[in-house]
Design a protein around this ligand. Structure first.
Ligand code: ADP
Ligand code: ASP
Ligand code: MG
Length: 814
């Protein structure tokens, strides 16, 4: 004996039913076969919907019924040769008339009782099974049809009936022993109580029907044919990289289905487990895929976790109060009250202090739960021994399932670490004593992200998916995009990272694409995007709630610098080449660092000083290892260096600045560089990273730029510089006379920072600097006289982009 069950999609159309017939033909040999079928996919919902409409006085139920009838008639016409159609068509019409009669009754009474509901939805399977039986026969495969209501007896718990195992077993055995056909088609889902009233086994219950038949007939196997190639590591609708679990134990399958893996109706396992009948989940649309085998012992695969699932629509309530401590009977009273009110408890946690018990129930029953528990503890609440129930809604449970968890320390650490790093707040935790399952209650808005985070953590030894959002597509931003594209393969191969640019914005436009923006087409895509609005961009990033999210600020904008706090609070790491935030008020700088720490993400800005040179990283390393900074001396402006290295008093100073700007070495307004403001920002950042609480106003700037250059726009500035050429020439000549070079030097010592132009003689460490080089000398407790020197190109789009790139990669490890 073998039992095969075909679900709603598998029998959802004439073509699909033809597939089913050919699968069965291939499988049925000498062995007797029972085929359990669902209603045509969607029919149960449509029937329920018609009943609800009728009960609500909405006459559109007639149209809905019309659709149901038409769909079935069409299926028959496509499935069965014309000569044999008439009796089947009239069966369909007759049953559809019955449905209409029931619905008319519901409409008149305005009532849709659980009993009527079961009668109503039973027609889905009643019709489908008879149509399918006829299709088998007309395809030359002789098949009997047997009404499940004469085989499976239940109590009268309509909507979720419990099977009377003894009566059912006997009825099934009797029938099978007398049945001549080797193939029997049985409607799933439906049954009857002792008074022959139609009952159903709960939504998805056809799986259960099949399991009951398999157990009663001691079948060799039970095959569940559905629309996916097996039980998967996570719900494939939510996790695109979910994969089929080849082998799983009964217990694990049961846990996964209890915690929301819809592919198997939870009660299905129990009957087959007792008889040790193996269950195979197969795909009707890929019948040669191996599928999942569910049996006593699953094959080991080295992973303590077998799968991840989730249940939404959960509510939590907590019973709290000092009056509970050490008093026996509190929990008994609580759970009895819930059980009497038929409230299903999904999860329980109790702290060892016994100060509170936290219970998870279906959201739909939370009001009832609150009412009965408040009533039960009315007295204790009145005398303030216990507080009125605290209720939280819009929650979901995510569960890790795996039998091997118990012998594998660190699983929960890994689980909660991954959730924490991604800013997912866990409201309650439960671990069954079987240690087959760890469940966490999270906000429903986070559940999809949570499953993906956990799936990546436990199953994707391959690649980690990074969601990168970039603001700014100017020189540096576009170079970064180019470098990311070039490195895609390398990152995947060596770091197992897929860096996907999910969002892109510049000052004009913005786009978001969950699947990643094509590196080859970003300019056109962005052009066709929405009007840019940084606040809206951030709202989308937060709203999308992606895991492993990183925001890269490639602008020089104040507005963009202001959004970092909101992002960090959502555990989105921020990588900035924009210096505004780190050099703004100390309070904001501190807040950003603290936020990053408390929300388990990173705020990185290595390129704020010396582009990609490892300046901040080196300073951080010195500090972390306990060194003390005595003094920092640095030439930090690639721009000023370029300018003073090129200016010899021959070509005008203004022209040299212009050249620097054209070669991309200056800020959009070169005055930021020339006035020393940019250098001030950099030394401020270094001072702060050295542990000093400095503000911009605390820095002394000995500017060499005449005051008159600071007015008007950039054009006016160039003009004024030309006028001031003698001033610049004088500066140069004085230095040359002293056999020195002009360098714009930044210093930090004993809590004070100063920037300004200096004469540097050839013996000095700062002398030999060429092009746009920067140099930073760290004099520290461990490097007292010979400084630690960091030197090299400190400006330019290519290197700056590469520094941001490196920070992004650092942030992926957070
Ligand atoms: P049927 O109608 O064949 O009974 P169901 O819709 O009840 O099919 O169940 C199959 C569906 O279950 C799949 O299409 C899939 O979307 C969903 N599903 C949810 N979780 C899982 C999981 N862990 N593994 C496989 N499928 C899952
Ligand atoms: N047709 C029923 C449902 O949709 C039972 C089943 O398909 O398993 O819930
Ligand atoms: Mg199902």
């Amino acid at each position: 004996m073998q039992v095969l069950k075909f679900g709603g999609t598998s029998v959802g159309s004439a073509d699909n039913i033809k597939r089913v017939i050919s699968i069965v033909k291939e499988k049925s040999g000498k062995d007797k076969t029972i085929i359990v079928v669902s209603a045509l996919g969607g029919t149960t919902d449509a029937l329920l919907n018609s009943g609800l409409m009728a009960a609500g006085g909405n006459e559109q139920y007639k149209e809905e019924l019309q659709h149901i009838e038409q769909r079935h008639l069409d299926t028959v016409k496509l499935l069965i040769p014309v000569q044999q159609q008439s009796s089947i068509l009239s069966m369909v019409k007759k049953l559809c008339n019955d449905i209409e009669d029931i619905c008319n009754g519901i409409f008149l009474l305005g009532e849709f009782s659980a009993r009527t509901r079961d009668r109503m939805v039973s027609y889905g399977e009643l019709i489908s099974s008879q149509v399918i039986a006829a299709a088998f026969n007309s395809a030359g495969v002789t098949a009997a049809w047997k009404d499940a209501r004469t085989l499976i007896q239940t109590n009268a718990n309509f909507g979720n009936a419990m099977v009377n195992v003894a009566a059912t077993r006997k009825q099934i055995k009797d029938y099978i022993s007398t049945c001549k056909e080797s193939l029997v088609i049985v409607p799933g889902f439906i049954a009857a109580d002792a008074n022959n009233e139609t009952t159903t086994l709960g939504r998805g219950g056809s799986d259960y029907t099949a399991a009951i038949l398999a157990a009663a007939t001691d079948a060799a196997t039970l095959e569940i044919w559905t629309d996916v190639s097996g039980m998967m590591t996570a719900d494939p609708r939510w996790v695109s990289s979910a994969r089929v679990i080849p082998s799983i134990s009964y217990q694990e399958a049961m846990e996964l289905s209890h915690f929301g893996a819809k592919v198997l109706y939870p009660p299905t396992i129990q009957p087959v487990l007792r008889k040790a009948i193996p269950v195979v989940i197969k795909n009707t649309f890929a019948p040669h895929d191996a599928g999942t085998i569910i049996q006593q012992k699953a094959a080991a695969n080295g992973n303590p976790i077998r799968g991840i699932s989730s249940v939404s629509n959960i509510a939590l309530f907590s019973l709290e109060g000092s009056g509970m401590v050490g008093v026996p009977g509190f929990s008994r009273r609580l759970f009895e009250a819930l059980s009497e009110a038929q409230i299903n408890v999904i999860l329980i946690t109790q702290g060892s202090s016994e100060h509170s018990i936290c219970v998870g129930v279906e959201a739909a029953s939370i009001h009832k739960a609150k009412a009965v528990v408040d009533a039960e503890f009315e007295h204790e609440i009145a005398v303030e021994k216990v507080q009125p129930l605290l209720v939280e809604t819009e929650l979901s449970i995510v569960a890790l399932v795996g039998e091997k968890m118990k012998s594998h320390p660190g699983t929960s650490g890994k689980m909660f670490g991954a959730l924490g790093r991604n800013g997912i707040n866990v409201r309650a935790i439960a671990q069954g004593s079987s240690e087959r399952n760890i469940s966490a209650v999270v906000a429903t808005k986070d559940v999809r992200k949570a499953i993906n985070v956990l799936h990546e953590e436990f199953f994707e030894t391959t690649n980690k998916q990074i969601h990168l959002f970039i603001a700014g597509t100017g020189n540096v931003g576009s170079k970064l995009l180019q470098q990311l594209q070039q490195q895609q393969e390398w990152l995947a191969k060596h770091l197992r990272l897929n860096v996907r640019v999910t969002g892109l914005a510049n000052s004009r436009k913005m786009i978001i694409d969950d699947k990643g923006i094509d590196f080859n087409q970003w300019p056109e895509k962005l052009q066709g995007g929405e009007e840019a609005d940084i606040e809206a961009f951030v709202n989308i990033i937060i709203g999308k709630n992606f895991r492993n999210a990183i925001f890269a600020d490639m602008t020089a904008s104040d507005a963009v610098a202001k959004v970092y706090d909101r992002l960090l609070q959502k555990s989105v790491s921020v990588v900035a080449c924009n210096k505004v935030a780190a050099s703004s008020s100390y309070a904001y700088y501190r807040e950003l660092k603290d936020l990053a720490r408390s929300y388990n993400c990173l705020y990185l800005f290595e390129t704020n000083v010396g582009a990609a040179l490892p300046v901040i990283g080196t300073l951080n390393d010195l500090m972390r290892s306990g060194d003390k900074i005595n003094r920092i001396e640095a030439v930090l402006s690639g721009t000023l260096n370029f300018v003073f290295n090129h200016y010899k008093g021959e070509v005008s100073f203004a022209k040299v600045v212009k050249q620097a700007q054209e070669e991309g070495y200056t800020e959009p307004d070169p005055r930021l560089d020339l006035s020393g403001t940019d250098v001030m920002r950099k030394i401020l950042i270094l001072a702060r990273e050295s542990g000093e609480q400095l503000e911009m106003e605390d820095i002394t700037c000995n500017s060499f730029l005449p005051e008159s250059c600071m007015h008007g726009d950039v054009k006016a500035f160039y003009k004024e510089m030309e006028r001031q050429e003698p001033h610049f020439k004088k500066l140069y000549d004085a230095a040359a006379a002293a056999n020195s070079k002009l360098k714009f030097v930044a210093k930090f010592e004993k809590g004070k920072a100063v920037v300004g132009l200096e004469h540097i003689s050839p013996q000095h460490d700062l002398y030999h600097l060429y092009g746009k080089d920067n140099v930073v000398l760290f004099y520290t407790a461990r490097y007292p006289s010979q400084p630690l020197v960091v030197k090299g190109a400190g400006a330019g789009a290519e290197v700056t982009a590469s520094g941001v790139f490196a920070d992004i990669i650092r942030a992926t490890a957070s």
